[in-house]
Ligand binder design. Structure first.
Ligand code: FE2
Length: 497
């Protein structure tokens, strides 16, 4: 019998709402690849729910006998859950990247990871080896008839949406050069003003160095490049995500510096050489989507952002909701990430920024202090003022902890709805799927993949988005666990068995 913990449960430091052993087991590798109809279901899958949820994340947390140093270094494993007529078909498959194939053959790491995974043999074995292993583990999206697994520092890998078989690196019809970056955070403008109100996919690429070159790409629904422009930005830039409005791509340039020496010398991964500078500002960078006007850079107080929730334009301001950290949430590079002391790392919180374009001034406030990450919303509200957000949350109302549930935030009334899978369930990024024919912004479903430590299996929880606090309307229990993942997307096309 599954028991749930309702909103209002509190946890003190002496009684954590989870056990570390449970949480760690969600970071065990999953070597099994499978494809099956899900038949272990509690509740009912809504019959109108049609389409495919694609997700990706690290599937391997070790290579042979060698543990990787950070989950972000794990080889990408794609999952798909396809829904049709009240049934669901699951599959998972590793992305056959060149590095994955080589290392599985060798049984050991042959490449260094950006987040500190080293080749065996100490620093001498890693000295000046600056090759990148494209691990295709960060996001997966179906666009222009292609299913693309994304990793921000190199090209997408194209997968067969029906089988998840890897078809190869995709340079987007020659748009990307060999090894060319393509961010893992594309955003879909549902009604682009530059394209007769049609949807476009907006993405970016960053070449980081002493200064940064940001290239913006926009693609029509058939995958054709519609716009492309590049901009040089002063200073080192660690840009993982952006937000879009009808007129702008919005970036937050975190106040970080890079000292590459320990990386070059083989002691540290590149991302471990990034240092937060609390004396420097965060720069809000506004790049006009049509490329016709100058880039605007406006300073605000130092903070760190991986993910933006949404942005819109209102009365001469660009308004941005983001998951914000007081500083770079970096675990101690010398300790195992599985033993991380959550209390020593800042938690993400939902912040609101108002960027005044006339006065070149930014105001901000904390919208939700509870530890949260991975915000999503109704796809028709991307770049527009939205009422609802759905976000992964920790169980305790304050302090840093693993994500164990989902929260619905009503930005208009301030109301919250919460569901937690504590103590033995652990979550990640929710996905919002609109109900076909629905008009209300919360008329749809929220899908959340949950690791259940009790059974050491994962399950997909389906919520009615109007009433998150009523708990899942269905739980689809998978045969095996899926290690904690990163991002994914839903397409209304069915790619099941
Ligand atoms: Fe991300």
């Amino acid at each position: 019998m599954q028991t749930y913990n309702r909103q209002g449960d509190r946890a003190s430091k002496s009684s954590l709402p989870y056990s570390r052993e449970d949480w760690k087991r969600g970071y065990l590798s999953q070597t099994q690849e499978s494809a099956y109809w899900i038949d272990d279901i509690e509740g009912e899958i809504p019959p109108e729910l049609t389409g495919t949820l694609f997700r990706v994340g690290p599937g391997l947390l070790n290579i042979g006998d060698y543990p990787i140093n950070h989950p972000f270094d794990g080889d990408g494993m794609a999952c798909a859950i396809a829904f049709k007529d009240g049934r669901a078909f699951f599959q998972n498959r590793f992305v056959r990247t060149q590095g994955f194939l080589e290392e599985q053959k060798a049984g050991k790491p042959l490449y260094r990871g950006v987040f500190g995974t080293q080749k065996p043999g100490g620093w001498l074995a890693n000295l000046f080896d600056l090759r990148l292993k494209n691990i295709a583990n960060t996001n997966i999206i179906y666009w222009g008839g292609k299913l693309l697994a994304l990793w921000e520092a190199a090209e997408p890998h194209r997968l067969d949406p029906k089988t998840l078989e890897t078809e190869g690196i995709d340079r987007l019809d020659g748009l990307l050069e060999e090894g060319g970056a393509f961010s893992a955070h594309p955003h879909i403008d549902p009604a682009s003003q530059f394209d007769d109100g049609k949807p476009v996919l907006v993405n970016f690429a960053v070449k980081a160095g002493l200064s940064a070159d940001i290239t913006i790409y926009e693609f029509t629904p058939d995958g054709t490049l519609q716009r492309q422009h590049s901009h040089a930005i002063p200073g080192f830039a660690f840009l993982h995500d952006m937000a879009i409005t009808p007129n702008y791509c919005v970036f937050f340039q975190n106040p970080v510096s890079l000292n590459p020496l320990p990386y070059l010398l083989g002691f540290r991964g590149a991302a471990e050489c990034v240092k937060f500078d609390p004396s420097a500002p965060t720069n809000v960078i506004l790049i006009p989507r049509d490329g016709s006007r100058d880039v605007k850079i406006i300073e605000t107080e130092p903070c760190f952002v991986f993910h933006h929730a949404n942005a819109w334009e209102e009365e001469g301001e660009v308004v941005v909701d983001s998951i914000c950290y007081e500083s770079f949430p970096q675990p101690d590079p010398d300790s195992d990430f599985r033993e991380v002391d959550f209390s020593q790392i800042p938690e993400g919180q939902l912040w609101n920024f108002r960027v005044n374009l006339q006065e070149n001034r930014v105001r901000h406030e904390v919208v939700e202090p509870r530890c949260c990450e991975f915000p999503v919303l109704h796809p028709s509200k991307v770049g527009r003022k939205n009422r609802y957000l759905f976000v992964g949350i920790a169980h305790p109302e304050r302090g840093n902890a693993p994500l164990q549930g989902v929260m619905k935030v009503d930005r208009e009334t301030g109301a919250r709805q919460v569901w937690s899978f504590a103590p033995r369930g652990f979550g990640g990024e929710p996905t919002f799927v609109p109900r076909p024919g629905g008009t209300a912004e919360d008329d749809g479903w929220v899908l959340l993949l949950v690791y259940d430590a009790q059974t050491h299996r994962s399950k997909l929880a389906i919520f009615d988005a109007r009433s998150i606090d009523a708990g899942p309307i269905a739980e689809l229990k998978l045969k095996y666990h899926i290690p904690y993942g990163l991002h994914g997307n839903f397409t209304s096309e069915y790619f099941g068995g």
